[in-house]
Structures are given as C-alpha cells and as structure tokens.
Design a protein around this ligand. Structure first.
Ligand SMILES: *[C@@H]1O[C@H](CO)[C@@H](O)[C@H](O)[C@H]1NC(C)=O
Ligand SMILES: *[C@@H]1O[C@H](CO)[C@@H](O)[C@H](O)[C@H]1NC(C)=O
Ligand SMILES: *[C@@H]1O[C@H](CO)[C@@H](O)[C@H](O)[C@H]1NC(C)=O
Ligand SMILES: *[C@@H]1O[C@H](CO)[C@@H](O)[C@H](O)[C@H]1NC(C)=O
Ligand SMILES: *[C@@H]1O[C@H](CO)[C@@H](O)[C@H](O)[C@H]1NC(C)=O
Ligand SMILES: *[C@@H]1O[C@H](CO)[C@@H](O)[C@H](O)[C@H]1NC(C)=O
Ligand SMILES: *[C@@H]1O[C@H](CO)[C@@H](O)[C@H](O)[C@H]1NC(C)=O
Ligand SMILES: *[C@@H]1O[C@H](CO)[C@@H](O)[C@H](O)[C@H]1NC(C)=O
Ligand SMILES: *[C@@H]1O[C@H](CO)[C@@H](O)[C@H](O)[C@H]1NC(C)=O
Ligand SMILES: *[C@@H]1O[C@H](CO)[C@@H](O)[C@H](O)[C@H]1NC(C)=O
Ligand SMILES: [Zn+2]
Length: 394
C-alpha cells in the first residue's frame, strides 16, 4: 500500500519536474493556419494556395535554378543507380560534393579556414526540454551555431529566443527536416521560406545561412536557398551522435571513439593548416550529454572553439544589421588566456536585451508557481495516503 503510493508519488513528481523544464517556454505567439505549413509536415496546398506563397514564388528568378529533377528515394534509400558517376548536380549525398557545378551557384561552407579551430554547431533545436544544455553552454561562456527546425521554433518559441539572447548564431534547418533533393521546387522554397519567416516572427532576425538535413543538397536546392540569401553550411567532421541508441544503432562507446578521434586530430596536426566545422546535435538527451561530456577535451585539443560566424568573419549574420557577432580577430582580441578574464565579457553584443530580461523574469516567476504546485501536490498525496491507511485500519 505504502509502496504503491510512493511509486505514484515518484511518477507524479517526475512529471511535474519534466513539465517544469518546459515552463519558461510558454508561448505568447499565435500561429494562424495558412500563415505557416502544418507542423512537422512537408509544405503543401495549405501554403501553396496562399497569395503570400505565390508572391514569394514569383520573386524567385527560376531561370537561375538548374533544371534538375527531384532525386528519388525508396524506403529510405536513394535510387542512385541511374545517376551519372560524374556527379553533374554536385549532390552531397552522392560523393560529398561541396563545389557546385551549375553556373552562379555559391560553394558550401564546410570548414573553418582558421587552423586548430573547431566550428561548433548543433542541429535540430530548439526544444523545450533543452534548458540544461543551454545552461551548460552559457556557464562555459560558449557560443555555437544553431541550426533550427522551423516546426520546433513554432513549438518552442521562447527557447529559440533564449538561444539568440545567449549570443548563439542562428541558421535555418528547414521546416520539417526532409531530404531536400527529393522535394519539388515549390516544396524546397516553402521549407526554407517558412522557416526563415517563423524565425523572423519569433526572434526578429532573418538568418543568412542554412544547413540541409542529412547534408542532402544539390545545385538545384543550393540555388533556391541562394535566392533567399542563405549560404549552405555543411561540415567536415561528423560526430554521428544522432545515430546513438536508442534512436540509432551506434553504441555510446562507438560515439565516444568518434569524439576521441576528433580530439586526437586536434592534437596530432590534422588541423594545423585549416580547421573544422563539426556536426553535433541537440536532438535528444543522448546527443546533448555527449556534447557536454566531450566539450572539455575538445577545448583542450583545439585552440579555438567558435561558432561558424566567427571563424568565417561574418560579423553581421542576419539581414538586420543591428546584430553584430565577433570576427575571428575580435575574438582573439577579447579572449585572453589569463584566468582572470571575466566570463561573459566577450565583447560584441549579440542578443535583444529586452527579450532577455523579459524571458528571465517570466521563467523565474513561473517556476515558483510550479514549485508551489509541486509542494501542494505532495501534501495532498500524503494526506490522501494517511486517510487511506486510516480506512484500511478501520
Ligand atoms: C511557382 O512558380 C513556378 C514557376 O513560375 C510555377 O511553375 C509553379 O507552379 C509555382 N508554384 C505555385 C505553388 O504557385
Ligand atoms: C519497400 O518496403 C515495403 C514494405 O516494407 C516492401 O513491401 C517493398 O518491397 C519495399 N520496396 C523496395 C523497392 O524495396
Ligand atoms: C537578398 O539580399 C538583397 C541585398 O541585401 C536584398 O535586396 C533582397 O531583398 C534579399 N532577398 C531576399 C529574398 O531576402
Ligand atoms: C590523427 O588522429 C586521427 C584520429 O585518430 C588519425 O586518423 C590520423 O591518422 C592522425 N594523423 C596523424 C598525422 O597522426
Ligand atoms: C524534444 O526533446 C526531447 C528530449 O530531448 C526528445 O525526446 C523529443 O523527441 C524532442 N522533440 C522534438 C520534436 O524534437
Ligand atoms: C539527461 O538526462 C539526465 C537524467 O534525466 C539528466 O540528469 C541530464 O541533465 C540530462 N542531460 C541533458 C544534457 O539534458
Ligand atoms: C578572418 O579575419 C582574419 C583576420 O583579419 C583573417 O586572417 C582571415 O583570413 C579571415 N578569414 C576569413 C574566412 O575571411
Ligand atoms: C594578461 O594579464 C596581464 C596582467 O593583468 C596583462 O598585462 C596582459 O595584457 C593580459 N594578456 C592578455 C592576452 O589579455
Ligand atoms: C595565450 O597567450 C599567448 C601569449 O599572449 C598566445 O601566444 C597564445 O596564442 C594564447 N593562447 C590562446 C589559446 O589564446
Ligand atoms: C534590432 O532592431 C530591431 C527593430 O528594428 C529590434 O527589435 C531589435 O531588438 C534590435 N536588436 C538589437 C540587438 O539591437
Ligand atoms: Zn538535422
């Protein structure tokens, strides 16, 4: 009897704590149907038939987009048997091509040019349960490039705002996380356009970079992104953290050995002449735990761990010119290796201070309410248990 009550009590407390993690991210935004695609689904007629999309579509210079048919995927595998071995579309999924062949299409960013430098990137956020991870980065005064899924920004807008406020560099990671080369032109455009739109609505910025899910990009998709002023960002180190069990098939030890290899590379001269852009994820507890576990060793093995905006000297990474990020030279000037330097005082402004203070205020007042409700629930449970015991005795 007592043990069953305790069992339910533990379940209840964990539920309240889990819920509390999401509390600071209660949304004050409204997402009117028709203004965005359905959450986590490939954009379709719900947006294609709107005047807004037709207007965006007609602003695209389609003559500059190569006429490449969508790639075909069957049961999760690309059909590439009919694709020419010469890789005419510069299809990353085929042979990791990053230098476009179609005229006028810009090359991808896939590494930090600075030696001994780790370009820190996390994909697939935001998500209301990632507070602890964002706290970790903040405690380490560490900025990263965050590639946000549009549907997640709509679901968890206040975590998205927090990322910007904390000074992270925000890029687009599509609306519904598809294999982009399999989509029609309309779908590619909508995946990018509506993610950019929701980020602008929620965070007030217009990102100028994007990363294709699974790296799946070709010259057609690149050209459409380019028309939206977005550079394509790939990577040259893949932690494969997302493949870890239970979501994937890799063991924790396998992912550890991949990270260990990256640490070795940092020390053995692999990046002595140019650096890395590393792919990591804030996808789930496993990937965030690995990121935290390996962060100190990466910091030790590489001279600089920076968002890609910094290693590429992109001081204004948004269309809005009032956001400035550190260039590499500015980072060097403000990052002293004197232990007396104040964390957080890294110079250049990065976030909307208004948003920062209001978010903080909100989160603390709401979490007090949660504590009160937690405590009263516990008291009620205890009283209920007492009555239950009395009844049994009677
Ligand atoms: C977008 O424009 C292209 C080229 O003009 C056209 O073929 C396509 O049907 C348009 N899509 C929508 C949804 O209107
Ligand atoms: C795809 O998967 C389905 C169901 O598992 C199977 O029936 C079908 O044969 C598969 N198709 C191909 C081309 O492998
Ligand atoms: C791209 O940038 C140019 C130059 O800043 C601007 O005129 C244009 O409107 C932008 N296009 C889009 C789709 O944002
Ligand atoms: C550096 O370490 C990596 C990972 O262990 C290894 O693959 C590579 O061959 C090493 N390079 C040199 C120059 O020792
Ligand atoms: C949000 O994060 C939780 C915990 O990391 C994860 O289990 C869940 O799948 C995520 N949801 C989405 C939509 O990414
Ligand atoms: C992962 O889950 C454990 C156990 O619930 C928790 O202590 C830890 O803080 C979580 N890690 C992250 C990065 O959220
Ligand atoms: C960034 O700026 C530094 C210092 O001005 C310069 O040495 C470096 O080549 C620049 N890197 C890029 C990618 O522009
Ligand atoms: C480190 O601290 C010393 C003494 O406070 C100061 O003279 C020096 O300029 C600092 N170095 C850097 C790189 O900031
Ligand atoms: C630390 O300071 C020394 C001398 O000022 C400099 O040569 C070195 O590059 C610095 N290291 C880092 C990691 O900034
Ligand atoms: C930039 O300007 C916009 C309005 O134009 C404002 O909402 C935002 O807070 C500003 N951000 C910063 C960092 O100054
Ligand atoms: Zn992703």
């Amino acid at each position: 009897m007592v043990s069953t009550s305790l069992f339910f009590l533990v379940i209840l407390i964990s539920a309240v704590i889990a819920q509390q993690q999401c509390v600071p991210y209660t949304s004050q935004f409204t997402f009117t149907p028709g203004e965005y695609p359905n959450i986590w689904s490939t954009p379709s007629t719900e947006v294609f038939n709107t005047a807004e999309f037709k207007q965006v579509n007609s602003s695209i210079k389609w003559s500059m987009v190569p006429n490449i048919p969508p790639k075909v995927m069957v049961n999760g595998t690309f059909v590439s048997s009919t694709y020419p071995a010469t890789d005419p579309d510069c299809w990353w999924s085929y042979k990791l091509c990053v230098t476009p062949k179609a005229p006028g299409v810009n090359p991808d960013y896939y590494m930090c040019p600075e030696p001994d430098t780790w370009g820190l990137t996390y994909d697939d956020g935001p998500n209301c349960s990632h507070t602890q991870f964002y706290d970790f980065l903040k405690q380490n005064n560490q900025k990263a490039s965050m590639f946000f899924v549009g549907s997640n920004v709509a679901d968890w807008p206040n975590e998205a705002i927090r990322a910007l406020t904390d000074g992270h560099h925000i890029c687009v990671h599509t609306w519904s996380h598809p294999y982009m080369t399999t989509l029609t032109n309309d779908q590619v455009l909508a995946e990018l356009y509506y993610t950019r739109k929701v980020i602008k609505y929620v965070m007030g910025i217009t990102p100028l970079c994007w990363r294709p899910p699974f790296g799946d990009v070709d010259d057609r998709v690149r050209a459409i992104a380019q028309q939206l002023n977005m550079s394509t960002v790939i990577w040259n180190l893949d932690s494969d953290d997302w493949q870890m069990q239970p979501a994937g098939s890799f063991t924790s030890a396998q992912v550890d050995s991949i990270f260990q290899g990256f640490v070795d590379m940092g020390k053995n001269g692999t990046f002595a002449t140019s650096g890395a852009i590393a792919l990591e994820h804030e996808l789930n507890n496993g990937t965030m735990s690995k990121a935290e576990q390996w962060y100190p060793a990466i910091k030790g093995a590489y001279k600089y761990v920076v968002p890609v905006a910094t290693c590429l000297n992109i001081s204004q990474p948004y269309a809005e010119t009032n956001y400035t990020y550190q260039t590499f030279a500015q980072m060097l000037a403000t990052t002293s290796n004197n232990s007396t330097s104040t964390p957080g005082g890294s110079g250049t402004s990065s976030g909307p201070n208004g948003a920062k203070s209001s978010t903080t205020k909100k989160s603390s007042s709401v979490s007090i309410t949660s504590y009160i409700s937690l405590i009263s629930t516990v008291v009620i449970m205890l009283i209920a248990q007492l009555f239950g015991n009395l009844f049994q005795q009677a």
